[in-house]
Design a protein. Structure first.
Lengths: 160, 160
């Protein structure tokens, strides 16, 4: 067992409530937002704080309609993971540097989720032209923009 | 100052040496690789272990030829970050479940970099069709596949 441990700290929190969706960056980290203007999307790394107790889970029962009976956690985007860090690509609506607020259309993060990092979405690092997928998810949408209008209700067969 | 701290542990290590590039997953985490077959690319989260001491840096001097004189760290993919976690999208060449080895064509990670998480690359979560970029990087390649043949030498003006 590898016993090395590293520590991470929140740089802000996801807000998802009546005031819409936004990323609230803590005052001391707001200088790090300089120059984010112009990026249409960000990669957000955030902490799955509700799943910190499930790190020992390595496999899950068929999570999707056409998936195998058992799937390893690294083959899923499940919130249950050895290191509960989520990656979400979000569109940027506006940036308020003074208040540290980045408005976004939507996120699947729980209100109050700690944010660990923001990275600009660069096509040369993040956008794959020739994607290969297993048969069980090959019919899912081919673009981030099309995910919201896809009928996911039929895809999930075992609630996580 | 937010004093909350979370801990992460390596699930394996990046290997980059004479035997080529691969991700070596620790024995206890190998069951989590089940069902990864068929994914052409993975998102790898890894720890920038050489940059753990530079977390207080929030801005950098013009890192790219056309970038502003000062750029916030969250507007860059610099290894210097408040939480030194890197995100790299890699192509998968082969997976050896028994030995926990995932061969990849290349990575910019240092040999021995701790791996924190593997996630399958899903176009519906990771692939943006309509990308917007600031003027200073709009001429960079539009796809991961084209990054390797681009002449980056002229782009970096201040070594990190």
């Amino acid at each position: 067992m590898d016993t090395k441990t590293f520590t991470v700290n929140p740089i802000g929190y996801v807000r998802a409530g009546e005031e819409g969706f936004y990323l609230e960056i803590a005052p001391e980290y707001r200088p790090a937002l300089k120059g984010l203007e112009g990026f249409g999307h960000l990669n957000v790394l955030w902490w799955l704080h509700l799943y910190d107790e499930y790190r020992e889970v390595l496999e899950c029962d068929q999570p999707y309609r056409l998936a195998p009976a058992k799937l390893g956690i690294f083959a899923t985007r499940s919130p249950v993971r050895p290191n509960p860090i989520a990656l979400t690509t979000v569109a940027v609506l506006s940036i308020d540097h003074e208040r540290g607020i980045i408005r976004i259309p939507y996120t699947d993060a729980e209100d109050g989720s700690p944010i660990l990092d923001l990275k600009p979405y660069h096509p040369c690092e993040d956008r794959v032209r020739d994607v290969a997928l297993p048969d069980w998810c090959a019919h899912w949408p081919q673009w981030v923009e099309d995910a919201a209008t896809f009928d996911w209700s039929a895809e999930f067969v075992n609630a996580q």
